[in-house]
Design a protein around this ligand. Structure first.
Ligand code: TXA
Ligand code: MG
Length: 349
């Protein structure tokens, strides 16, 4: 299949191009689109056949449910059975934005979307291209991250091209995404609001007005005894081709340990990648060193994490050694993705 690639400037949107993309969605075709978190792989969320195509293109297990993207709160009402007060609060504060909420689904939402569950995940992305596309298609758009299953999520159109060119109908190039990690998934369908996947809207942000909100332990601990509550969290995600290790703790000790490990590995003939930060980069004199961001500004680390993992893959390193960050605020989401990318190989020193 030939994949059409179009460029749209999010500050000066060409509505003719949006219409062309929306037409494809309405016809049951697949269009990758930018959001503020990562690129999504869009299809008509009410069309089982179109949604099946998404799973196929990504190579994604069908029991892993998808998020429906909407552009207005009006659109939400037909998709869910009830909207708890707490969800209205969240929408007021965080929509459009990197927060997905899980509701009890209405009958019009196909089980193909929900992986057979009675609940559905919904979010309003904070990206003008995405919002215009949804509005123009006049449909909820199913949107898993636009990567091949198991690969790091795409934060620019080039990443989508690498993974999916030839497998989907269109890619909208709308530049770099921003947040860089997928949205926070908050389950508001039960009695206790629970974070099933940490993201740009943090536990601390939510605690300010939902005192009882909890975080699913499966998202922060790599313990085989803790089964994550969100189907997606059980799969090994974001896996680089190389083996990855993450060191956390006092940063001076972490740097020294990474230098020691790197020396040993290089002597063994391994090609080593070091995921460093602005503050520490000058300490490393061996290995392939990429700076992921600044420890002073963890949002910058979130924004570049997946891109940096892809860069190491391009350099064909055998092993990636990364510095961890404090697991609070956006750091919780960063460490969750590092945990998954490394298959749980996080060493606290
Ligand atoms: O930022 C994002 O959320 C991106 C952009 C494109 O919007 N999308 C994204 O979709 O990350 P995906 O499919 O890669 O991740 C959806 C996550 C999965 O972990 C899935 O298991 C969870 O949401 N999920 C979806 N429906 C659910 C449900 N009914 N109950 C529990 N978890 C659900
Ligand atoms: Mg994904």
């Amino acid at each position: 299949m030939e994949t059409k690639i179009i460029k749209i400037d999010k500050e000066n949107i060409d509505m003719n191009l949006i219409k062309e993309a929306a037409e494809l969605i309405k016809e049951g075709k697949i269009v990758a689109f930018p959001t503020e978190t990562v690129y999504g792989l869009g299809a008509n969320g009410l069309d089982e056949r179109a949604v099946e195509g998404l799973f196929k293109a990504k190579g994604r297990p069908q029991d892993n449910p998808l998020i429906l993207h909407i552009s207005s709160i009006e659109q939400l009402k037909s998709l869910v059975l009830e909207v708890p007060d707490i969800a209205y609060e969240c929408m007021k504060r965080f929509w459009p934005g990197p927060l997905t909420m899980i509701f009890k689904k209405s009958h019009i939402v196909p089980y193909m979307i929900t992986g057979g569950l009675e609940t559905v995940a919904i979010r309003m992305p904070n990206n003008k291209i995405a919002l215009e596309l949804i509005k123009e298609a006049n449909l909820p758009i199913a949107g898993p991250s636009a990567n091949l299953s198991g690969r790091p999520s795409p934060t620019n159109a080039q990443h989508v091209i690498e993974d999916l060119a030839g497998k989907i109908d269109m890619i909208i190039d709308g530049g770099e995404t921003g947040v860089g990690l997928e949205s926070t998934v908050l389950d508001v369908s039960g009695d206790i609001p629970m974070i099933l996947r940490p993201g740009g809207v943090t536990l601390e942000d939510l605690q300010e007005f939902i005192p009882g909100v909890v975080q699913d332990l499966g998202t922060i601990k790599s313990d085989a005894n803790i089964v994550p509550k969100s189907p997606g969290q059980k799969y090994r995600h974001y896996a680089p081709k190389a083996d990855m290790f993450v060191f956390t703790g006092n940063i001076d000790k972490v740097v020294n340990r990474i230098k020691e490990e790197t020396s040993i590995l290089i002597k063994e003939g391994k090609k080593v990648g070091i995921m460093a930060t602005e503050e520490t980069k000058n300490n490393y004199t061996q290995g392939v060193v990429f700076v992921v961001g600044s420890r002073e500004n963890k949002e910058s680390i979130a924004s570049n994490l997946f891109k940096t993992i892809r860069l190491f893959d391009e350099k064909d390193v055998d092993i990636i050694i990364a510095e961890g960050v404090e697991s609070d605020h956006i750091g919780t989401a960063i460490m969750n993705r590092m945990m998954k990318a490394s298959g749980g190989k996080i060493i606290n020193i």
